[in-house]
Design a protein around this ligand. Structure first.
Ligand code: F6P
Length: 326
């Protein structure tokens, strides 16, 4: 096992509340074990541009409670090219970085997997995405905060929906994943939830609304994941309005509000734990693994598995929505 002396850390892809707590844990754990830490700014973009900074204990002071990421984040097309990755490898070598902690989602881990094979630089990853769709962890950094933000918004929408006897379509994030939609829908008492993982049966949505209308229900909330196959919330609202003239429908798109804000305590604690585990794994000579939490325990999943599979949403929870709104 080669002893490492200097590690890099970066955040990449969509930012997520708790990324700062994770960076803090990576930096402080590394310093605790006598390692030097370099922060790589703007994800793979900064790695390609050599946008690096030396980090010490005070670089991560006063950030555990802050949303976003002090290292900034980006989605990088250049890193998909061999030329981009060559620059990144050159910069890591010049800075003496011997191993790297990546904090990000699917795309981040895919990039780390390719790069680390090409250049033999050890990478480990912490799951950073509000979507909660990474295989190998029951929980991703930022998911709990985003979920609570969405429920908080739905509660407010419920007040105005019920005051005006309106039907609201609330669009939450999730291009490919319905975790936010499903769980915020249940938490917010939605009458229906539309997710990308299952084919949307528009007739069944009509039936739910009709049943509600017939039993004199006056307001409704339908949560729609942005990636649902029936289209976003506007498109679904259009179809419903075409079928039922009696509903006074409105659409609210929560958008990037879900990505920001102070992380919940759960996000802070889990992100810290994963950050520490990532550094410990590198020190132990492990690489190409995603750190996660499964059934309350720390888990390690090879990159190759993490990127090939996806977390499935619970059929029980889908059934729960159906039963509670029948
Ligand atoms: O990956 C997290 C996520 O927030 C998705 O839910 C959403 O579809 C996407 O990022 C939006 O990305 P961007 O901010 O780059 O438009």
């Amino acid at each position: 096992m080669n002893k490492i002396g200097r590690i890099g850390v970066f955040t990449s892809g969509g930012d997520a509340p708790g990324m700062n707590a994770c960076i803090r844990a990576v930096v402080r754990t590394a310093l605790f074990h006598g390692l030097k830490v370099i922060g790589i700014k703007r994800g793979y973009e900064g790695m390609i541009d050599g946008d690096f900074i030396k980090m010490n204990a005070s670089s991560v002071s006063d950030i555990i409670q802050r949303g976003g990421t002090i290292l900034k984040s980006a989605r990088s097309d250049r890193f998909r090219t061999p030329g981009g990755r060559e620059y990144a490898a050159k910069n890591l070598r010049e800075w003496g970085i011997e191993a790297v902690v990546a904090i990000g989602g699917d795309g981040t881990i895919t990039g780390a997997n390719i790069f680390s094979k090409e250049y033999g630089i050890p990478f480990v990853a912490c799951p950073g995405t509000i979507d909660n769709d990474l295989y190998g962890t029951d929980y991703t950094i930022g998911y709990d905060t985003a979920l609570n933000t969405a429920v908080y918004a739905i509660d407010k929408i419920r007040d105005t929906a019920s005051s005006h006897n309106r039907l609201f379509f609330v669009e939450v994030m999730g291009r490919d994943a319905g975790f936010l939609a499903l769980n915020s829908g249940i938490g917010g008492g939605a009458e229906a939830v539309l997710v990308p993982e299952t084919k949307t049966d528009i007739q069944s949505l009509f039936d739910t609304l009709e049943r509600g209308w017939n039993r004199k229900k006056t307001s409704f909330i339908i949560v729609v994941a942005e990636g649902d196959d029936a289209g976003g919330a506007f498109e679904v609202a259009r179809k419903v309005q075409e079928r039922f003239e009696q509903f006074d429908a409105r659409v609210t798109v929560l958008g990037h509000i879900q990505r920001g804000g102070s992380p919940t305590c759960m996000d802070r604690v889990n992100s810290s734990e994963l950050g520490m585990a990532a550094v410990n794994a590198l020190i132990a000579g492990e690489h190409s693994i995603l750190l996660g939490k499964m059934k309350g325990e720390l888990s390690k999943t090879p990159f190759s598995h993490a990127i090939k599979s996806h977390n499935e949403i619970s059929p029980n929870l889908l059934e729960l929505v159906r039963v509670l709104s029948a």
